[in-house]
Design a protein around this ligand. Structure first.
Ligand SMILES: [Cu+2]
Length: 357
């Protein structure tokens, strides 16, 4: 859980060295922060490991119950990548992927170069290793053997293609359908332990604590769109409560945050909590009430403000089991801006049931 030492050994003579990295994060003793907010949390080693394990469990299991949650929403040829508000971000993409980018980039550079910005990330050789690891997460997710962890089967996706140069400098077209099985590409990933798999988060609020039913919590009336220049609390009605085991196997309950509009030239992150009744939520990333985060790397746009729209999904099925709130009609959602969210707005928050196929 640190930047491998070979990226820094021998300094400039090393072909995988990059001068534009966060100097505080290049030593093998610096443990990566998978809940990185843009500055060091100062968490002790064991606490950081626990945060990372909890984040991984959520992004690979409880917030990744189906292809839509894990991969993110669908972009079709011709869609405007900035204006299309529906596709949601993928669990790993918004989570550990973006955290590692930002954590590795140099905060002393104007755009957090190299890894901390879209335009410059590929200048750091660590980028390729990082993205190979994101690919590995895809394979691990598929191989967990959990119902719903399946590839997209839409022909539009299977037949999407890209051109690359081969070893003879000839352009070749490669289709998604040819890449789904890594064996066809003549590579596979080494098996390694998955310690996060045994780290299902636990409730922050202990069962013996008496808390008000969330319906009774005083929440100011909110009018959408809401602005995340401060902490926002919203009561959201659930489509069903007390679902049976067989109902849960057929559909997953998800919190959907839609129409997230933000400035693409900033690093943006906000955290999402469910039923944390404190004014400022105190649940940690390894606890159930911390549903997850929305985070996006900035694009460098020469100082122009450009708005992008996205959405985010968070799994509620396990979360509500953990905190003993399956009987509740409402959930209390708290959104906490962490960085770059001063002018971020949200159009809609709802709970929906997504079929597992
Ligand atoms: Cu990336």
């Amino acid at each position: 859980m640190s930047l491998p030492a070979f990226f820094e050994a021998d300094g400039k003579k090393n072909p995988v060295f990059d001068a534009f990295r966060n100097v505080n994060h290049v030593s093998p003793e610096a443990i990566v922060d998978l809940d990185y907010n843009g500055s060091d949390s100062g968490a002790p080693c064991l606490q950081q490991i626990s945060t990372n394990l909890g984040a991984m469990y959520k992004q690979m299991v409880s917030n990744a119950t189906d292809p839509l949650s894990f991969f993110g929403g669908e972009f079709r040829a011709g869609d405007d990548p900035f204006g299309n508000g529906d596709p949601s971000i993928g669990s790993i993409e918004a989570g550990c992927h973006t955290a590692v980018h930002r954590w590795t980039g140099n905060p002393r550079m104007p755009n957090n170069e190299d890894m901390g910005n879209f335009y410059s990330a590929g200048y750091d050789p660590a980028f390729y290793v990082h993205h190979a690891n994101v690919d590995r997460m895809w394979k691990v997710w598929k191989d967990l053997g959990i119902k719903g962890h399946t590839e997209p089967t839409d022909p539009d996706w299977l037949n999407a293609s890209y051109v690359f140069y081969d070893e003879n400098e000839e352009l070749v077209r490669v289709y998604n359908k040819d890449c789904v099985q890594t064996e066809n590409l003549k590579y596979d990933f080494e098996l390694s332990p998955l310690p996060w798999l045994k780290n299902r988060p636990v409730a922050h609020t202990k069962p013996e604590t008496t808390t008000k039913p969330v319906e009774k919590v005083k929440v100011p009336d909110v009018k959408f769109p809401i602005k995340l220049d401060k902490i926002q609390k919203v009561l959201v009605k659930r489509p069903a409560k007390n679902r049976s085991q067989s109902e849960k196997e057929k559909a997953t309950e998800q919190l959907l945050i839609k129409g997230i509009k933000f400035n693409v030239s900033k690093f943006v992150k906000f955290d999402v909590f469910v039923n944390d009744q404190d004014d400022v939520p105190t649940s940690s990333a390894s606890e159930s009430e911390f549903a997850g985060s929305f985070a996006q790397l900035p694009h460098h746009h020469g100082g122009h403000k450009k708005l992008m729209t996205s959405a985010a999904r968070f799994g509620l099925t396990e979360l509500l089991e953990d905190i003993g709130a399956e009987d509740d009609e409402y959930i209390l959602v708290t959104l906490v801006p962490k960085v770059g969210a001063e002018d971020l707005t949200i159009d809609e928050i709802k709970v929906e049931l997504v079929p597992i196929v």
